[in-house]
Ligand binder design. Structure first.
Ligand SMILES: Cc1cc2nc3c(=O)[nH]c(=O)nc-3n(C[C@H](O)[C@H](O)[C@H](O)COP(=O)(O)OP(=O)(O)OC[C@H]3O[C@@H](n4cnc5c(N)ncnc54)[C@H](O)[C@@H]3O)c2cc1C
Length: 235
């Protein structure tokens, strides 16, 4: 599908949301992702396409993605081109796909685990639940490197979700949980039943390590649903 870049907005110092108008209405499920192409001169070895979760709700008129910028010197040529897009630029994006979406049964207990920018599918899902006034039994735990990287609090609040936030390198003023996401912390936010599904999204090494530890802690593989973002350091 073709999309037109409309604008971008800051979520935090190094995190922005980019809004796109699709050429025709797009039907997707909250939590799905697209592949976006940003043609630019002299792309580096990683090329001009990236996968991004749609951070927008399917009820929104515009599609959005939310991503992190590693700075002008460290970023890929793709990210530099994305962060320099001019409104009105037309781009190609793949039709949304993926199965990191809500289960059919609305009574299934859910634990959402977000590592850093891996929070994007939960933004889409929780905004959609608030938009459609659907309630689900959800607990959420959200790990970030520092307090400045905490995003989307208003959306979570509107959906009635108050995540347990775990900060890796907090300031002295931080009064919440400190350290890294762990299976112990995750299972501490809600004692899982055999119906509970744990959704884990974030840097791929972090997701793989947590999935392994959750399995070791007694969850079956079917209870662990993962969304892995490559090329990001673990939180
Ligand atoms: C299903 C799926 C969904 C995803 N959803 C999202 C999402 O919602 N938001 C999101 O931000 N990402 C998402 N990703 C990850 C995304 O596709 C990119 O991999 C990620 O944003 C990193 O982008 P980048 O490679 O341009 O690197 P950058 O963000 O520019 O940099 C990341 C790190 O890589 C290093 N680096 C940069 N360029 C190079 C290079 N040429 N060689 C070696 N190291 C380099 C940097 O120093 C930095 O530490 C998703 C991935 C998948 C598979």
């Amino acid at each position: 599908m073709q999309v037109t870049f409309m604008r971008s907005e800051p979520e935090a110092e190094n995190i922005r949301t980019f809004y796109f108008k699709p050429e025709r209405p797009v039907h997707y499920t909250a939590g799905q992702y697209t592949e976006l192409q940003v043609p630019h001169p002299h792309p580096d070895s990683r090329g001009d396409k990236r996968w991004f979760t749609l951070s927008s709700s399917p009820e929104d008129e515009l599609l959005s993605i939310t991503t992190k910028y590693a700075g002008d010197t460290k970023s890929s040529s793709f990210k530099r081109a994305l962060f320099n897009l001019k409104p009105g630029t037309e781009l190609d994006a793949a039709d949304p796909m993926g199965d990191f979406v809500l289960p059919k049964l609305i009574q299934t207990p859910l634990i959402f685990v977000a590592g850093g920018i891996g929070v994007t599918p939960f933004h889409s899902i929780l905004k959609w639940l608030a938009d459609t006034v659907e309630e689900r039994p959800i607990k959420m735990i959200y790990g970030v490197r520092n307090e400045e990287e905490i995003v989307f609090q208003e959306t979570f609040h509107a959906a009635g979700i108050e995540p347990t936030i775990v900060v890796g390198e907090p300031s002295d003023a931080w009064g919440g949980e400190r350290g890294r996401l762990s299976a112990e912390l995750i299972l501490g936010v809600d004692k899982p039943s055999e119906d509970t599904l744990v959704y884990v999204s974030g840097p791929e090494l972090m997701v793989q390590a947590l999935a392994k530890d959750l399995h070791k802690a007694g969850l079956s593989k079917q209870q662990i649903v993962t969304d892995e973002f490559p090329n990001y350091d673990a939180i």
